[in-house]
Design a protein around this ligand. Structure first.
Ligand code: ZN
Length: 271
């Protein structure tokens, strides 16, 4: 069996660096990636990028978030248009998997109305509790759209053949998940915002990590550890490092990265 995996970007966000790396100053520009996996039994879209309205009226759509983030997206960046460049109609998507429900990962869900939406139960429930919506900066207009819904608890194999597997990696949000893609040529883990999990956040926690890790650090580490066990070597090390698991060099790495950033401009280490 062979798969095809496509990656594309649906726009850019620029926000305070301290959101991504606590204690840091300045601003960081990041992409909003989406991934198409073409499996013989159906097409999978992992995340949907930004809402198309952000191309014209970001302040109206984002509310308070518009004061935090500068948005760069223009006609043609939306996920439906990106799929069209690959010759794929949005109606051909069988599964729409959201890593989590933030506006830069679920904002394009309305462009994929016919797909079955796949979300971790903890994420979906948090996205429907007023206090959690406020605490996690969700916007139900991004995801409460009447999709056929597949709410999953933990690891889930989409096609039953090990090719496309959801891996729970909570931490950034209560029910964040990554996606492992595998065929005879190898495997890759699409990590989304997993780096905001685990020890690095404990040492220099960002606001979102403090909220989640403060409630349940053991569960986050256990989930990420299990995900790591199912990954190829390179991703496994990265996931373990993110969760502070079995990686004795993690502290030294953190300190080295921090020291390099403190040395100032000309030493960018953010990838
Ligand atoms: Zn997020």
């Amino acid at each position: 069996m062979s798969l095809r995996l496509y990656a594309f970007n649906c726009g850019w966000l620029t926000g305070p660096l301290g959101i991504f790396l606590a204690g840091e100053h300045g601003r960081l520009r990041v992409p909003t990636p989406c991934y198409l996996i073409d499996h013989p039994k159906g097409k999978v879209l992992f995340d949907s990028g930004l809402h198309v309205d952000l191309q014209h009226e970001p302040a109206t759509r984002l509310g308070a978030n518009a004061k935090v983030f500068d948005i760069e997206c223009r006609p043609g960046d939306e996920v439906r248009a990106r799929l069209a460049t690959l010759g794929v109609d949005a109606g051909a998507i069988r599964f729409l998997v959201n890593s989590h429900l933030h506006f830069d990962h679920a904002g394009g869900n309305q462009q994929i109305p016919g797909a079955q939406l796949v979300v971790q139960r903890r994420e979906w429930e948090a996205g429907h509790e007023p206090d959690q919506i406020a605490a996690n900066y969700y916007d139900p207009r991004d995801y409460d759209l009447g999709h056929d819904l597949l709410v999953i608890d933990g690891e889930h194999d989409l096609f039953g053949d090990g090719a496309v597997v959801c891996l729970p990696t909570g931490g950034h949000t209560p029910g964040h998940q990554a996606l492992r893609v595998r065929d005879e040529g190898g495997e890759v883990v699409l990590a989304a915002t997993i780096r905001s999990s685990g020890r690095r956040c404990r040492r220099r926690p960002t606001p979102c990590c403090e909220r989640t890790l403060g409630r349940e650090p053991d569960r986050v580490q256990r989930d990420v550890g299990r995900a790591a066990e199912r990954c190829p070597d390179q991703e496994r090390d990265a996931l373990r490092a993110a969760a502070g698991l079995h990686h004795p060099g993690a502290d030294a790495e953190d300190d080295r990265e921090h020291a390099e950033r403190q040395r100032g401009p000309g030493k960018p280490r953010i990838g």
